[in-house]
Each structure stands twice: as structure tokens, then as C-alpha cells.
Design a protein around this ligand. Structure first.
Ligand SMILES: Cc1cc2nc3c(=O)[nH]c(=O)nc-3n(C[C@H](O)[C@H](O)[C@H](O)COP(=O)(O)OP(=O)(O)OC[C@H]3O[C@@H](n4cnc5c(N)ncnc54)[C@H](O)[C@@H]3O)c2cc1C
Length: 433
């Protein structure tokens, strides 16, 4: 039984179904079927999938190609500066696939349904929220949250054989771990909050167009950022971040206020923002992100915590959460292979193997790219230098940090190589809290 049909839960379901008849997979998801929701009505976010995430899709036939087709291949990051100037960040060795979360989920879902077709081994339940778990009794309590559900409907009590908590950073399955012995858990709220938005790549009236096929970043003030990833549709899905202690600046009351905000902070994007989208931004909620750190990702031989439920990171600067969540599914499947489907061993090994990397990711997250403009200039110089020096002295100089984050190098190894830089950025970023 899997709770959560996010990227991690859906990929793990592929890997389990592949293992043959001994696995019957049942997924409960709080939200409605994503294939029935319009993009502009969804709370989607832009993702950059890199070698880590794409590599985790590769063993499932056709899945990586399907994701590449649904997304946009991207080599460059375009940084917008004052007075319309732009700066291209050093070109990466490998392209990322830029795609929004809803498309990732839809692509995984249609591949999963096709894989299970005719087997009767997959059951999907949308609009069911897990509201309680009882480890000793191996039961779940599920509430129907479908818009058509009547208030009198009693929650469902369901028995599970094995349980996977892939229910994201605010996991209900994880809350049951707190009742077990020797489980430590840390939750930190990020210093910024955010709102998502959508805009076209070109203003048909004025002809203004963003530099095509780049991941665009504006950081007009420390803490205020707009990122926008290109989408297959030709438009962009973006996220505006603001410091939590200034979250009122995202609390727009009118279309005029939205337009004024964009003119002031993101003038190029303001030329693309439609009135309909500006109105939608007024109503769209402000979201916050959590960082999660757990001392264990399994309970006995029955329960697994995976993806954001086990180790959420959210910083857009690092862009790793989904990539790491997909990698989790691949790692757990490999452990099932290695230990011939002994969940008792595979679960314990998952905690043992994954934890150093997940904790290292928590340390790297938010501490790679500095908020300070001065330190950012140093970061760019370091990256350029590392690119050249690594080519000449591969044994002595580590590859650029951004290259490593986009590869499948274990996070603990990356942290080891860049520990001093990460500590420096961390100390500097703390000043902006
Ligand atoms: C603004 C922003 C930008 C990001 N950019 C990137 C990026 O560029 N690259 C990257 O790799 N990562 C990025 N991330 C991180 C990424 O969103 C997550 O790490 C990723 O979605 C984790 O996948 P998951 O399947 O573990 O969890 P989730 O995607 O959170 O999925 C969990 C699922 O469980 C469901 N659920 C939750 N509770 C319950 C319940 N009680 N009962 C039933 N179902 C439940 C949810 O509805 C959801 O569908 C970004 C995050 C944010 C906020």
C-alpha cells in the first residue's frame, strides 16, 4: 500500500509492479486525478530534472523518453540583472529536463497505468486522505475528500501488508513514527514563502520575448526571487519567493497591486504577465516549504518512509528534492533485488545507505548559492575556475559544484568535496534570517 501519488510513490509503484505477481500495488492519494485538472487551476511548480532523477527513470522502459518528451531540454540559466541586462551562468555539461510537477505526475501515472494494464495488480484511489495509521494493527484510516463526498461518510479502515509513506513533507505516515521508540525528527520552516505563476514566453502585442529555452532567474533584492522554467506548451511556470517576515508583499489585494509589484521587481516578466494571470495571482495562496530530517526511514519489516516524507528539502536554488525522491525509489528497488525481496533487510539497508546522503543533501540545500550578491560573484568565479582546473587536473580539483549536483554523485561525497564553501555560504546566508 502506497500513500501519496507524487513522483516518488508513482515511480516506486513501477518498480514494485515490475517484480511480478507477488506485488499488488494500491495507492491512496489525497488530491484528485491530475489528468482531470487544468494546469492553471493546479498548484504546480517548475522542476529541473537532472541525471539523478532521469537516471532513476531509465530502468523503466520508455519512461525517461516520455519525461523528456513532456518537458523541455535546457542547457542554460539566464540571470536577469538591473536595467534589462542578463547574465548567462556557465554552461552545464549536461542538460536538464525542465518540466512542471503536474506534468511529471501525469507522465508517471500514464506510464504506470499502461504497465499494469490487464494485470489487475494496480488500484488507484484519488481523493482519499490518510488521516491515521496504526502500526501494531497494520491499519490505515482514510477519509474521502472528493468534492462530491457527503459529510456523513465514515472514514474507511483498511488493512495493509506493507506500507510506503510517500506522502510528502507533511507526511501522516511519518507522524506515526513519532509514537515508535528511538525515532528522532527535525522539521525546519524555510526562511522564504512562495506563490506560483504562469506566463507566456512572448507578448504578442509588443513582440517582447524572453531568451528562449532558458531557466530564468530574477533576484532584484536579497530574498526576493522569481524563477521560471520553460514548458513544452511554450510558456513558463514560475515561482516568486519572498522572505517569510515580508510575506505581506505577496499578499496581493488587486490586479493593480500585482502589476505594480512586477514592474518594480521583475520588469521583463511584467511585460508578459496577462491580466487573467495577475487576477489569479491575487487569489492563489502563499505556500511555505519544510526541511525534514529523520533518524530512521523504516519501521520493523513493514513500513517505509520515502521521498520528501523522509528527507524534504525545498530550496529552489538546489533543485534536488524531486530528483532525490526519484533516486530513493530506484535505490529501494535495487535493495529488494539484492536481498531477494526480504523487506526486513531491504528496509534496514535503505535507512543505512540513504541516510548519509539525505543528511548531506539537507546540509547542501540552501547553502550552495549565496544570497549575498558579493558572495554570489565569488561563486560564479569559483565555478568557472573549477571547470577549467578540473579539466587539467581531474585528480586534484573537484568538478564545479553545480555539475556535481546535476550528476548522480552521492550527496555525502559532494558535501565532502565542498564542505568549506558550504560552511561559508551557510554563515553568510544566516545573516539574512
Ligand atoms: C517551489 C519549489 C520548487 C522546487 N523545485 C524543484 C526542482 O527544480 N527539482 C527538484 O528535484 N525538486 C524541486 N522541488 C522539490 C519537489 O517538489 C519535491 O521534493 C518532490 O515533489 C518530492 O516528491 P514526493 O513524491 O516525495 O512528494 P510530493 O511531491 O510532496 O508528493 C506527495 C503526495 O502525497 C499526497 N499526500 C500528502 N499527504 C497525504 C495524505 N495524508 N493522504 C494521501 N495522500 C497524501 C500529496 O497530495 C502528494 O501528491 C521544489 C519544491 C518547491 C516547493
Amino acid at each position: 500500500m502506497i500513500i501519496g501519488a507524487g513522483p516518488c510513490g508513482l515511480l516506486l509503484a513501477h518498480y514494485l509492479l515490475r517484480r511480478g505477481d507477488r506485488y499488488q500495488v494500491e495507492i491512496y492519494e489525497r488530491l484528485g486525478d491530475p489528468t482531470k485538472v487544468a494546469l492553471s487551476d493546479s498548484r504546480t511548480i517548475p522542476y529541473s530534472l537532472n541525471e539523478r532523477g532521469l537516471g532513476a527513470l531509465r530502468p523503466i522502459e520508455g519512461l525517461e523518453e516520455a519525461m523528456q518528451t513532456a518537458g523541455v531540454e535546457n542547457w542554460k540559466i539566464v540571470r536577469h540583472k538591473a536595467k534589462g541586462k542578463i547574465q548567462l551562468l556557465p554552461r552545464r555539461q549536461q542538460a536538464t529536463v525542465d518540466i512542471d510537477r503536474i506534468r511529471v505526475v501525469k507522465t508517471l501515472l500514464s506510464s504506470l497505468v499502461a504497465m499494469a494494464e490487464g494485470s489487475g495488480r494496480l488500484k488507484l484511489h484519488f481523493n482519499y486522505k490518510c488521516i491515521g495509521v496504526d502500526f501494531p494493527r497494520q491499519t490505515l484510516l482514510l477519509e474521502s475528500v472528493s468534492p462530491e463526498a457527503t459529510a456523513e461518510l465514515q472514514p474507511l479502515l483498511v488493512h495493509y501488508d506493507r506500507l510506503v509513506g510517500a506522502d510528502g513533507a507533511r507526511s501522516t505516515v511519518r507522524s506515526q513514527f513519532l509514537k515508535t521508540q528511538s525515532f528522532d525528527f527535525e522539521q525546519t520552516r524555510y526562511r522564504s514563502c512562495y506563490k506560483t505563476l504562469f506566463f507566456p514566453s512572448k507578448n504578442d502585442e509588443t513582440g517582447y520575448e524572453l531568451q528562449p529555452q532558458g531557466f530564468h532567474v530574477w533576484q532584484p533584492e536579497e530574498g526576493i526571487t522569481l524563477i521560471a522554467g520553460p514548458q513544452q506548451s511554450g510558456g513558463y511556470v514560475g515561482v516568486i519567493f519572498a522572505p517569510r517576515n515580508r510575506q505581506d508583499i505577496l499578499n496581493f489585494q488587486s490586479l493593480t497591486q500585482v502589476k505594480e509589484f512586477f514592474r518594480q521587481y521583475f520588469p521583463e516578466a511584467s511585460l508578459l504577465l496577462t491580466d487573467t494571470e495577475a487576477e489569479a495571482l491575487v487569489k492563489r495562496p502563499i505556500s511555505s516549504q519544510l526541511k525534514i530530517r529523520c533518524s530512521r526511514y523504516h519501521h520493523e519489516d513493514r513500513v517505509l518512509l520515502i521521498g520528501d516524507a523522509a528527507h524534504a528539502v525545498g530550496s529552489s536554488a538546489t533543485g534536488q528534492g524531486c530528483n532525490a525522491a526519484l533516486e530513493d525509489a530506484q535505490i529501494f528497488a535495487r535493495l529488494l533485488d539484492e536481498w531477494e525481496d526480504s523487506w526486513e533487510i531491504a528496509l534496514a539497508k535503505f535507512t543505512e545507505e540513504r541516510q548519509p546522503d539525505a543528511h548531506a543533501l539537507g546540509e547542501l540545500d540552501g547553502n550552495i548559492i549565496p544570497i549575498s550578491q558579493i558572495l554570489f560573484a565569488e561563486f560564479i568565479l569559483r565555478e568557472r575556475w573549477a571547470k577549467i582546473a578540473h579539466r587539467w587536473f581531474p585528480q586534484l580539483v573537484a568538478p564545479p559544484l553545480r555539475e556535481l549536483m546535476n550528476s548522480n554523485t552521492p550527496y555525502a561525497e559532494i558535501l565532502n568535496k565542498y564542505r568549506r564553501w558550504v560552511a561559508k555560504v551557510k554563515a553568510s546566508n544566516l545573516k539574512f534570517d
